[in-house]
Design a protein around this ligand. Structure first.
Ligand SMILES: N[C@@H]1[C@@H](O)[C@H](O)[C@@H](COP(=O)(O)O)O[C@@H]1O
Length: 260
């Protein structure tokens, strides 16, 4: 696992957007796994700036969703499909036909979960999966004690996650209790995992993810199992890392030709 400590969220967004640009240069039809929440927004704005400047070609890029609420009506502005259309697809000019995600409005939710895993596999898998992290260490919507081998499936949100996400809704009551999320096993199949965490509220979860034991209690610690996982943190989110100086020295000495 590579840990990169950046000065602030904007620098993290720029670094990760550059890695995505490198990937799309090597593989123009790469499948990008995108995440929701506030944290990845600087990545999307940095990508948008590159597209507008003409330095990034996304004309063949494909995009896939990490997770989705269950039970919101199709087109609900806070469904993750709508959020990603608004924050990623439309600003980058990527048409909806190149965007796949789980159907949280399906009548057969278990079937929709299985269908999404099959769709991801049929698409050739995910080249680079962006991840945020919940204050309880969740990735996607894999709450604590999710199986480290889990596939896309329905999960029940913890009260903490519902409270954390209530800011996007008019009231806590409107935050769904159930979600569809790529499983941890599904996420680990992506060829490169890139987790961005910013702000002091994430410092404890980051420390447990990076330096704690591999544990289903901290779902993000499953990144320790992945051969190419990059954790990008700002100074505030790095505050509890015991090995912060080592991570800084390692990154400073990294060969210039090597991307994250
Ligand atoms: N399902 C999403 C996660 O993918 C995201 O990482 C998390 C943190 O969001 P934020 O970045 O806003 O703190 O929120 C939600 O639970």
């Amino acid at each position: 696992m590579e840990i990169v400590i950046v000065p602030d969220a904007a620098a993290g967004g720029e670094l990760i957007a550059s890695a995505i640009a490198d990937l799309l240069t090597r593989k123009p039809d790469a499948m990008l796994g995108v995440a929701t929440g506030s944290t990845p927004l600087p990545i999307y704005r940095a990508l948008e700036a590159k597209v507008k400047a003409g330095s990034l070609d996304v004309s063949r890029a494909r995009v896939c969703q990490l997770d989705e609420y269950v039970g919101l009506p199709v087109g609900h502005p806070e469904s993750y499909r709508e959020v990603l259309l608004r924050e990623v697809l439309q600003p980058l000019g990527i048409p909806g036909e190149r965007f796949i995600g789980p159907d949280g409005a399906a009548e057969d939710i278990a079937g929709a979960a299985t269908a999404y895993d099959q769709e991801l596999a049929a698409a050739g898998g995910v080249d680079l999966q962006l991840l945020g992290i919940g204050t309880d260490g969740h990735i996607g919507f894999n709450e604590p004690c999710s199986s480290l081998a889990s596939r896309t499936r329905i999960k029940t949100l913890t009260e903490q996650t519902r409270v954390d996400n209530a800011r996007f809704f008019d009231s806590l009551d409107e935050v769904p209790h159930h979600v569809l999320t790529q499983g941890i096993g599904t996420i680990l199949e992506a060829r490169h995992l890139v987790l961005l965490a910013t702000g002091e509220a994430k410092a404890e979860a980051v420390a447990q993810t990076v330096e704690g034991p591999l544990s289903a209690l901290v779902p993000a610690s499953a990144l320790q199992l992945h051969p190419h996982a990059t954790v990008v943190v700002d100074e505030a989110a790095a505050a509890r890392l015991k090995l912060a100086d080592y991570f800084r020295a390692t990154y400073a000495a990294k060969p210039s030709w090597q991307s994250i």
